[in-house]
Ligand binder design. Sequence first.
Ligand code: AMP
Length: 416
Amino acid sequence: MNKILVLNSGSSSLKFQLFNIQSVGNNKHNSINCHLIASGLVEKIGDINSTAHLKLSDTPSGVKTRLNRPISNHKKAIETMEFLLKENNCLNTVEELVGVGHRVVHGGEDFYQPTLINDNVLETIQKLSPLAPLHNPANLTGINAIKQRAPKLPQVAVFDTAFHQSIPEHAYLYGLPYELYEQQKVRRYGFHGTSHHYVAKQAADYLGKALSELKIISLHLGNGTSAAAIEYGLSIDTSMGMTPLEGLVMGTRCGDIDPAISFYLAKETGLSLQALDQLLNKESGLKGICGQNDMRAIVERSNQGDIKAKLAIKIFCYRIKKYIGAYLAAMNGADVIIFTGGIGENSAEIREFSCQKLQNLGISIDSLKNNQRVTKQSDQSIMEIQSLTGQSKILVIPTNEELEIAVQAMKIIQKK
Ligand code: AMP
């Protein structure tokens, strides 16, 4: 019994990571040390063209095993995952597992920390489904499939929204009739909480300070993007809202827009609610502006002079800069700015453009330092890129949501 499984279950996919728990001391965070054994993905569940693959973490080439076979449901996906893990000597029996940590997207106001799953918890996650119709039901499918396979195995839900439950009322309420909050729970919840919390703790460790001493602006820039203001260890504001559509410009999501645009388009073009949803969530953001949502390709196009790609980058970075400004104001300054997520970790250009002309606010990037490469594997995985004149530290920190879920879940299982 020394392994923990982390699952991220989507409607037609199952992402999994298996960790060895290397040392478990008392209940403190630092006493739990998880080491990745293997990761994998089952895709197109319910389709005849399902695929599954497994990647071992300790082989230099990251040896991959791939299967192509119909996988009709999540129960079969779990069986396939178990087969792959056994075939590759990662897991001999389910008894080696101490538990399973699940990424659950929406915990509403009910969950403000990782929670051991029982029937009441399952019911509450189900009740919260209208707030995250694409995610919570899918997350539940993974939980139920494990429950069927190993009914006694402890399962822990780690919520994307939980870290942001410390946001005060004046920041989480919208300027809408108060009854909408009371009756329909319309408010800002925020997402990417596991990532923001993880990188904030990494920053504090790196700087040799307590998280409770620092004011941090965390920028998670991936396909989904969000900013968080973390004051003395607590999230006090974040850019995503009631749903992950609000805030920064994203790969395919629009971020902040005037809500009246929806009524205008419905009236003028006859777009249905469903079509508007599709437009704002899947056809907007970087993709809407320049036809592509892959930032690496957009930067390449921009470097070759493509005008739309340049514009997309400008819009993306200007929105980030505005949020940095807002959170500097909210916290009366920031000790640390963190860049994370696929774009934040890898794109020196985006980091530089997002911090342009902020030097009077104490934020200034050193170009040379910014252009170093950061790798998840190296010991020096955190990069410090502020210039000598910058007052705020600017750190590039690889996020690791699965590792954070494993650690958080272990803490709960230990207390059981
Ligand atoms: P994530 O959702 O965190 O996996 O991030 C995905 C995004 O990171 C995609 O838009 C990728 O194009 C982007 N990305 C990854 N590597 C780079 C890079 N070297 N330069 C720019 N963007 C990158």
